[in-house]
Design a protein around this ligand. Structure first.
Ligand code: UDP
Length: 343
């Protein structure tokens, strides 16, 4: 843990901040890509955030200076307990976790360690603290290879990689905790988060970057070697993998709506967050080329282990239950916002 909020000035500043505002949300993983956009979303709704992040993959610069950052792992029970006692948040949103499908195939121990063991420890502390509202970053990877498309929430859950398995395990634990301990839980299954805040001050940033849109942009800008397309012999219309890209600010908004819904006493929610539109890797390359006004250099490489050929959401439930209405998730808007954030 980098900062001890109880023996330093941070403890006092956390208290005063919390008292002044209507709702404080503890955002685990708030220094990461989706988490930092959610912090922005909360602020745009007039609420406040306290971020808990060990900065293993996130960036402190992604958090505004006035937002408290407690640097610790979600599995550090003593530190987490202290933060929960001090902040007494209305809700906890958990973005903290490892997210790379390919890496999860090579190093499942890390994924089960962080995404399951540490996350369950975190959940225990949340329940113990008396916080009643928990929103969990889950993934379309819980479904595995789709047997029908678009994928609705009742689709069988048979993950084909450790990343998806770890998300499903925590979903199951969270639902059991909801039943037994009165926790209200929303598991939000993301399809492909993409884009960036329209003001260009936040970006999709991973180190190393493994995601398609930032890699395609950087290849088009000549900042990295040509893109490798992971296989063009899939059973999809153009042979490359199809994904459902959802704008990160639309995704963030759904978390806000989920908190509101849970606070109104809805006990559990499991919701897909996507658009219902699938785009192939080739279509993404073309969209990035159009926005940049230059070709994205690429070559076809082997398939990536653990990739399903196609993941496209039915998000009717999120629209109906939350009143969620994505406004920035047209592909050209996503790519324009992503390009703006990287140039
Ligand atoms: N992809 C690719 N080349 C890359 C990175 C990704 O062809 O360098 C493909 C990947 O196989 C997948 C899609 O792009 O079909 C989106 O991958 P990403 O890693 O962005 O997200 P994921 O679907 O794994 O969550």
């Amino acid at each position: 843990m980098g900062i001890d909020p109880w023996s330093t000035d941070l403890g006092l500043s956390l208290c005063s901040l919390v008292q002044d505002l209507t709702m404080t949300v503890l955002v685990a993983g708030g220094a990461g890509y989706i988490g930092s956009h959610f912090v922005r979303c909360l602020e745009e709704h007039g609420e406040s955030a306290v971020v808990l992040d060990d900065l293993s993959t996130g960036f402190a610069e992604a958090i505004p200076d006035h937002v408290p950052l407690v640097r610790c792992a979600i599995g550090d029970r003593a530190a987490v307990r202290s933060v929960l006692e001090e902040v007494a948040p209305e809700a906890v949103v958990d973005f903290a976790g490892l997210i790379q499908v390919g890496e999860s195939m090579r190093s499942p121990d890390r994924y089960y360690g962080v995404n399951v063991s540490q996350t369950i420890a975190f959940l225990d502390e949340i329940v113990r603290s008396g916080v009643k509202t928990f929103v969990f970053s889950s993934s379309a990877a819980v479904y595995g290879n789709p047997i029908r498309v678009p994928i609705d929430e009742d689709h069988p859950k048979e993950p084909i990689n450790p990343y998806g398995a770890t998300k499903l395990i925590v979903e199951m634990a969270a639902r059991d905790y909801a039943r037994a301990y009165g926790l209200r839980v929303a598991c939000l299954r993301y399809f492909n988060a993409a884009g960036a805040h329209a003001d260009g001050t936040l970006a999709e940033r991973h180190d190393p970057e493994t995601h398609l849109i930032p890699l395609a942009i950087d290849a088009g800008l000549g900042r990295r070697p040509e893109l490798t397309v992971f296989g063009d012999d899939w059973s999809t219309p153009d042979g490359t993998c199809v994904r459902d890209y959802i704008h990160v600010m639309d995704l963030a908004e759904a978390h806000w709506l989920a908190i509101e819904k849970l606070r109104n006493d809805t006990p559990t929610l499991s919701l897909n967050l996507g658009t219902g539109n699938g785009y192939s890797v080739r279509q993404i390359i073309d969209a990035v080329s159009d926005v940049l006004g230059k070709a994205v250099p690429y070559h076809i490489g082997p398939r990536r282990d653990g990739d399903p050929p196609s993941l496209v959401a039915s998000s009717n439930r999120a629209r109906n239950v939350l009143g969620w209405n994505p406004t920035r998730s047209q592909l050209d808007t996503i790519v324009q916002d992503a390009v703006r954030s990287r140039t």
